[in-house]
Design a protein around this ligand. Structure first.
Ligand code: IPD
Length: 264
């Protein structure tokens, strides 16, 4: 088996176990552990517990790999592979009992910086939705036995998704962006989970997605899903505090890029 295939199998196995833990903890009742940068930026005890489980499993299976997790930070490994992990992407949904949350795990090669890494494998497990999306570089993106493909015909307008920053100071800018994008949209969604938005682009349930200010763990796994489903993912305005990520089928990506790619 290829390295990509092995990493995908491991990511999938860990994402399954981590998803079950998240679901169990959700049924036990959610305990808020802290608010982070703003009132909307929260972390639950389950986020920390799920990340600890993932880290333990990665360490046991591949002790030389690095780790970059939303809750526990970065550890450089020596193997050249780093695991980029969001234990619960969509934490606000999770805390409110909405099902659009997931465990997002990617294995990347090279530096732990998105601009210079190459994602090799990904698993996005949404346990409350009963959906698991996986990808290995060069081997496609999958939901179970179904191979994923981005949309190509958006002549009736594109169904797009986005997210908003947690800091109220960013809302005006994000809403101005939305206004600009609505010129090409059939409609707009805000799911509360960047990894799921990207998985849905890969699955052809959304035509495109854009968001400013994402962290590497929000998009590492989802971006590989989109690319392996025939789509494009790019990041722009990298020297700003909130770079813009754009994803979609090639045509929608190009149209979004024309509207949003430059600094606005
Ligand atoms: C958040 C979600 C949300 C996006 C935010 C992310 P978290 O991740 O993906 O959809 O709009 O930018 O930070 O905090 O729930 O892991």
């Amino acid at each position: 088996m290829t390295l990509e295939g092995e990493l995908k199998d491991l990511a999938t196995e860990i994402a399954r176990e981590a998803g079950e833990l998240a679901l169990r903890r959700r049924r036990d009742g959610v305990h808020l552990a802290a608010t982070k940068s703003t009132i909307a930026d929260i972390v639950t005890e389950a986020d920390r517990e799920v990340e600890a489980l993932i880290r333990e499993r990665v360490d046991a299976a591949r002790p030389d790999d690095g780790f970059l997790g939303e809750e526990s930070g970065a550890d450089r490994g020596t193997s050249g592979i780093t695991w980029v992990v969001d234990p619960i992407d969509g934490t606000v949904n999770y805390a409110y009992g909405m099902p659009a949350y997931n465990v997002s795990i990617a294995a990347v090669r090279g530096s732990a910086e998105p601009e210079s890494w190459e994602a090799l494998a990904a698993a996005v497990n949404a346990p409350a939705l009963g959906e698991l999306f996986t990808a290995a570089r060069g081997h496609g993106a999958w939901a179970g036995e179904t191979r994923l493909a981005v949309t190509s015909d958006t002549s009736a307008g594109a169904l797009l998704a986005t997210g908003f920053g947690y800091d109220p100071a960013t809302h005006d800018g994000d809403l101005a962006t939305v206004r600009r994008v609505m010129t090409m949209a059939r409609d707009l969604r805000r799911s509360g989970s960047a990894a799921l938005d990207l998985a849905y682009v890969a699955a052809g349930r959304l035509d495109g997605y854009f968001e400013r200010g994402l962290k590497p763990w929000d998009f590492a796994a989802g971006a590989l899903l989109v690319e392996e489903a025939g789509g494009l993912v790019s990041r722009h305005d990298l020297d700003s505090a909130r770079p813009m990520l754009i994803a979609g089928g090639p045509e929608v990506h190009a149209r979004l890029l024309a509207l949003l790619g430059e600094k606005h």
